[in-house]
Design a binder for this molecule. Structure first.
Ligand SMILES: Cc1cc2nc3c(=O)[nH]c(=O)nc-3n(C[C@H](O)[C@H](O)[C@H](O)COP(=O)(O)OP(=O)(O)OC[C@H]3O[C@@H](n4cnc5c(N)ncnc54)[C@H](O)[C@@H]3O)c2cc1C
Length: 392
């Protein structure tokens, strides 16, 4: 099999890339190790930046998003037992975020791919990539018991943080920047109507908590925990008690309890590789960078990467130009590093570190006070949260 762009991974990056390329009549094949039902039910991110939601709507995959997505014009910061609203829209000329599960975006993109006759193979095994620095990069894999080979003019590594594309690049060709955090998030999905209308990022002496939602009847909640937290020590009652303590604010409602549908621990890491290209392989999304989820940037960065890559490939196929392909990595990295900075800053602002002393706690509280009392500081938070422009 030969195609113009061979894509590894059917997460948001790989699926959106295939969709955007098809609008430019560029052929691609998507290979995915998991099943369709697995990727369509994998609960992960849920906050779409203004530009992400707009791109999905403008390119014809936003019908359900427009109907079911929850447009939020603000977020809340909770600290010292009080809740403070940051009006995102007022501070950013009317921009907002949309709460819509990543798995719903994935469902919409798979449906669009299949209805347009685009090729996508699920449950592929033994994936290897080679010939990256030739004109015909190659993927070998097994599918339905057969040995298969796919070559492309270009290869897009959209296979997430544990994929093979990044690790197939020869040692030393990529520089890796990495930071680990001494905590994780214990996340639950609960069958409960959200108690509050907008997200709450809560700073608490016992550790961070996040109140969010995935739909009008499903709440998504997180608690700061240890990276090696043993979930068996967290019966439902202990989780709710902790959430109620950390999300308790004067004169405000309480967290509404409900049946816990899912529990998991998400580790926190910052990672970026430079450049995001080797030969004819382009890395996009989590294959190239990971951010801690505090700033809600992971899926949004995957979207902006593939927007840059589509633009470069469209220019190559329509005009024979390679300058945008050559500048792909630099264009993405400018945005990636700003999102890395923001995610790191939100993480350090909201979490308790093991080594924190009384000084550190006062410093965090002073910063939160500044953010919620200074228009300039609140604007800086708001413009990063709704998403910085993709260029410039
Ligand atoms: C466990 C977890 C929880 C998260 N929770 C949150 C959250 O709560 N909030 C938030 O803002 N962000 C969260 N994120 C971040 C966000 O979900 C990611 O940034 C986003 O999924 C990136 O999209 P992607 O397409 O680059 O990668 P992915 O979504 O990881 O997609 C990569 C795809 O490639 C497939 N794949 C892997 N290896 C191969 C291979 N060899 N060949 C073919 N296919 C392959 C994978 O199965 C997957 O479908 C979370 C991420 C993870 C991993």
């Amino acid at each position: 099999m030969h195609t113009q762009v061979a894509i590894l991974g059917a997460g948001p990056a790989g699926l959106l890339l295939a969709h955007l390329l098809s609008l430019h009549r560029i052929e691609s094949v998507v290979l995915e190790t998991k099943s369709r039902s697995y990727v369509e039910s994998r609960i992960r991110a849920g906050v779409l930046e203004h530009g992400t939601a707009q791109l999905l709507c403008d390119t014809g995959v936003g019908e359900r998003l427009k109907r079911q997505g929850m447009r939020h014009k603000g977020i809340n910061l909770g600290y010292s037992g009080e809740i403070h609203r940051i009006d995102l829209s007022d501070l950013t000329d009317g921009k907002a975020i949309t709460v819509y599960g990543q798995h719903e975006v994935v469902k919409d993109l798979i449906a669009a791919r299949i209805s347009s006759g685009g090729k996508i193979l699920f449950e592929v095994d033994d994936v290897c990539v080679d010939a990256l620095s030739t004109n015909r990069p190659r993927i070998t894999f097994r599918h339905q018991g057969q040995d298969c080979e796919l070559t492309g003019d270009w290869l897009a590594g959209c296979d997430g943080s544990h994929g093979v594309s990044r690790t197939s690049v020869p040692p030393g060709a990529l520089r890796v920047f990495e930071k680990n955090y001494p905590f994780a998030w214990l996340g639950i999905l609960a069958e409960a109507a959200p108690s509050w209308e907008e997200l709450i990022y809560a700073h608490h002496e016992e550790g961070f908590a996040l109140f969010s939602m995935r739909s009008p009847s499903v709440t998504r909640l997180y608690l700061q925990c240890k990276p090696d937290e043993d979930l068996s020590k967290w019966p439902d009652e202990r989780i709710w008690e902790n959430l109620e303590r950390r999300l308790s604010f004067a004169g405000s409602k309480k967290v509404r309890r409900g049946k816990i549908l899912q529990k998991g621990v998400t580790t926190m890491r910052s990672l970026a590789v430079e450049p995001m290209q080797y030969g004819r392989l382009f890395l996009a999304g989590d294959a190239a960078h990971i951010v801690p989820p505090t700033g809600a940037k992971g899926m949004n960065l995957a979207v902006s990467d593939v927007w840059f890559l589509t633009r470069a490939l469209a220019d190559f196929y329509s005009k024979g130009r390679t300058d945008l392909l050559e500048s792909y990595s630099n264009s993405c990295l400018r945005r990636v590093w700003k999102a890395q900075r923001f995610s790191w800053w939100m993480t350090c602002l909201m979490h308790r570190f093991d080594h924190d002393d009384a000084f550190e706690l006062r410093r965090q509280l002073a910063e939160l006070d500044y953010l919620t009392s200074s228009g300039a500081a609140a604007t800086a938070l708001a413009e990063n949260y709704v998403g910085l422009p993709w260029e410039g």
